[in-house]
Design a protein. Structure first.
Length: 530
C-alpha cells in the first residue's frame, strides 16, 4: 500500500472547479515531483492532502495518507496528523517563521505541540533537527532570530521544523524558487538526503522541470487542475507526448532570437567604483568601521549589447545597480553614461538619469496598488524637464502599452487585475515610456513561470532590436543569462572575478567560483528526436 494515495481528487471553491480527477501516489522513501505553472493546481493539491483548503472549498475523491482517509477526518484528528505524519515546507521562509521568536524555540514549539515532553527535551531535539539540516549549534546558535540568517539558512530552519517529528511524508512547495543556484542545489541535496535517511516520502512541488530532473523518482505534470502526464524520471523526458509537457520542456531552455548589432563605442563605463557602508561602533570610544560592498569594479557596456552580471546574494550586484542608477553615492571611482557622469557633485545627474531605467524582480511590489496602470506607466515623466500633458501624455501611455503587447484599455485597470507576466510587461512599458538607452533588469524574470519567462525574454529581444536598446541583466539564474547575453561578468564578494563572452565563460570558466556556479545549475535532459 502506498504511503500517500490520491485518487480522482476533485476540488471546487464556491462552485468553481479547481482540481479534476487528480491521481498520484508516493511510496515510502520515494521522491515525486509535481510540475506545473501558476494556476495548474499543484499547490491546491498539496493543501487538499493536508486538508488546509480555503473556506468555501469542497473536496471529493480519495486521499489516503498512511492508512488515514484524510477527507473523512474531523479537524481534531487532522491536527494530530499534521506534523506527526505529514510536514510541509513553504516557498517563502520569512513568512513561515515567527520574526520575534528564536529559531531554537520555533523548532522546539513544533515538538511540544504534538508531544508531551519537557522544554529541555524539546530544545535538545530541536538542536538535533537543526544539526541534521546543516545548522550546527556551534555555528548557528539556537538563540538566533530569522532575520539574522540568510535565505537558504531560513529555509533550513523551516525544513527542521517540518522534519522534527520525523513525519512519513514531507511536502515541499516551491522550496527553492527565490534562492541562488548554489543554495538551491544545497537545499535540494538536503531534502533528498533526509528522504533517503528517514525513508520519508517527498512530494516536491515546483514550476521548473530542471529542478527535479535528476532528483525525482516520479514526475507528475499538471495543467489547469488536471494531471496531463506522469511517469518515471528520467524516462519521462524520452516519452513525453502531451503538447503542454513538450512546451514546458522547450520553454525551460528557451533562447530568444536576438539582434547582434553591437557598436564598439561604450554606452556605460564603470571605472574603479567603490561603495562603503558604515558599521555600528564597537563601543563608546570605538573607531568608525566600514563594510566595503563594492571593491574597485570596472567594466563597459557597448551600445546594443546585452551584458549579464551574475553572482549570489550578498555579492554586491544590487549595490552596484543602485550606484549606476544614481540612487547611492559611491566613495570612489566614476560612472559615465554616454560620456556624462551619473553623479553631478553628490546629486544624481537628471539629464543622465532619464537615459536609463530599471525593471525589478517583483513587479507588484514596485507599483502603487492604488494607482491605475496609466498613471503607473507615466511615472518616469517626472524625470523630464518638459513632460507631455493632455492628449500627448495619453498617446505616450498607449504607445508604451502597445509596444509590450497590451492594449489601450489596460491603462484604466488596476495592477491587481493582471497576471504576473502581464505585470512585468507593464513594468517594461514604464521603463520604455521616456525612451531610455539603457535598461537594467534586476532579476526581472526569476519569479515567472517558464513559459511566461520565455515570452518576456522574446519581448525584450524584440524591443532591443526595434529600438536599439542596451541591456544589463542582473540575475542569479545562469540558464537565463546564458541564453540572452553577449558578454557575462561574474561577481563575488564585491569584485568582478571573471568576465568575457558568455559562451566562453560558460564553456571554459577560469575562476573556481564561476565553475562552482555553473556546476550548481540544474541540468535538463534533452528529448531525443523521434
Amino acid at each position: 500500500m502506498s504511503l500517500l494515495s490520491v485518487e480522482n481528487l476533485n476540488v471546487s471553491i464556491h462552485g468553481t472547479q479547481i482540481l479534476r480527477d487528480v491521481t498520484l501516489s508516493v511510496e515510502a522513501g520515494q521522491i515525486v515531483g509535481v510540475i506545473g505553472e501558476s494556476g495548474s493546481g499543484k499547490s491546491m493539491t498539496a493543501l487538499a492532502i493536508m486538508q488546509l483548503l480555503p473556506e468555501g472549498a469542497q473536496a471529493e475523491g480519495r486521499v489516503a495518507l498512511s492508512g488515514h482517509e484524510m477527507l473523512e477526518l474531523e479537524e481534531g484528528a487532522l491536527c494530530g496528523l499534521r506534523g506527526n505524519e505529514v510536514g510541509m515546507v513553504f516557498q517563502e521562509p520569512m513568512t513561515a517563521l515567527n520574526p520575534i521568536q528564536t529559531i531554537g524555540r520555533q523548532v522546539a514549539e513544533t515538538i511540544r505541540i504534538h508531544e508531551n515532553v519537557s522544554r529541555r527535551e524539546a530544545i535538545e531535539r530541536a538542536r538535533e533537527a537543526l544539526r541534521r539540516c546543516e545548522l550546527p549549534e556551534e555555528r548557528f546558535p539556537l538563540s538566533r532570530y530569522p532575520h539574522e540568517l540568510s535565505g537558504g539558512q531560513r529555509q533550513r530552519v523551516v525544513i527542521a521544523m517540518a522534519i522534527a517529528l520525523q513525519p512519513k511524508l514531507l511536502i515541499a512547495d516551491e522550496p527553492t524558487t527565490a534562492l541562488d543556484v548554489t543554495t538551491q542545489a544545497e537545499v535540494l541535496r538536503l531534502l533528498k538526503r533526509l528522504a533517503r535517511e528517514d525513508g520519508m516520502g517527498l512530494l516536491l512541488i515546483t514550476h521548473d522541470l530542471a529542478v527535479v530532473a535528476d532528483m525525482a523518482d516520479e514526475i507528475v505534470i499538471m495543467r489547469k487542475g488536471e494531471v496531463v502526464e506522469s511517469g518515471a524520471s528520467p524516462a519521462i523526458f524520452e516519452t513525453m507526448r502531451h503538447p503542454y509537457s513538450l512546451a514546458l520542456l522547450e520553454a525551460s531552455d528557451h533562447q530568444p532570437a536576438r539582434s547582434e548589432h553591437v557598436l564598439e563605442a561604450p554606452l556605460l563605463s564603470v571605472r574603479n567604483v567603490v561603495r562603503d557602508y558604515a558599521l555600528p561602533r564597537a563601543g563608546l570610544f570605538g573607531g568608525a568601521k566600514h563594510f566595503r560592498a563594492v571593491k574597485g569594479v570596472s567594466f563597459d557596456i557597448r551600445r546594443g549589447e546585452s551584458l549579464g552580471l551574475v553572482g549570489e546574494s550578498g555579492c554586491g550586484k544590487s549595490t552596484l545597480t543602485r550606484a549606476i542608477l544614481g540612487l547611492e553615492e559611491v566613495q570612489g571611482g566614476e560612472i559615465l553614461l554616454d560620456g556624462e557622469p551619473v553623479f553631478s557633485g553628490k546629486r544624481p545627474n537628471r539629464a543622465v538619469r532619464r537615459k536609463m531605467h530599471v525593471v525589478f524582480q517583483d513587479p507588484y511590489g514596485s507599483f502603487n496598488p492604488r494607482w491605475k496602470v496609466g498613471r503607473l506607466v507615466a511615472e518616469p515623466f517626472h524625470l523630464l524637464d518638459d513632460p507631455p500633458v493632455g492628449g500627448a501624455r495619453e498617446m505616450a501611455i498607449i504607445s508604451a502599452l502597445e509596444k509590450v503587447g497590451l492594449s489601450a484599455a489596460d491603462a484604466d485597470k488596476y495592477i491587481h487585475e493582471f497576471s504576473g507576466g502581464q505585470r512585468q510587461r507593464i513594468a517594461i512599458a514604464r521603463a520604455l515610456i521616456i525612451k531610455p538607452e539603457l535598461i537594467i533588469l534586476d532579476e526581472a524574470v526569476s519569479a515567472l513561470d517558464v513559459s511566461i519567462r520565455a515570452q518576456i525574454l522574446d519581448l525584450l529581444a524584440d524591443l532591443g532590436a526595434r529600438f536599439g536598446l542596451t541591456y544589463l541583466f542582473i540575475s542569479h539564474d545562469l540558464s537565463v543569462v546564458r541564453n540572452v547575453t553577449d558578454r557575462c561578468l561574474v561577481m563575488q564578494a564585491g569584485e568582478i572575478v571573471e568576465e568575457g563572452a558568455t559562451a566562453d565563460v560558460f564553456e571554459r570558466p577560469k575562476h573556481a567560483y564561476t565553475r562552482e556556479l555553473i556546476a550548481a545549475v540544474p541540468q535538463l535532459p534533452k528529448k531525443r528526436s523521434a
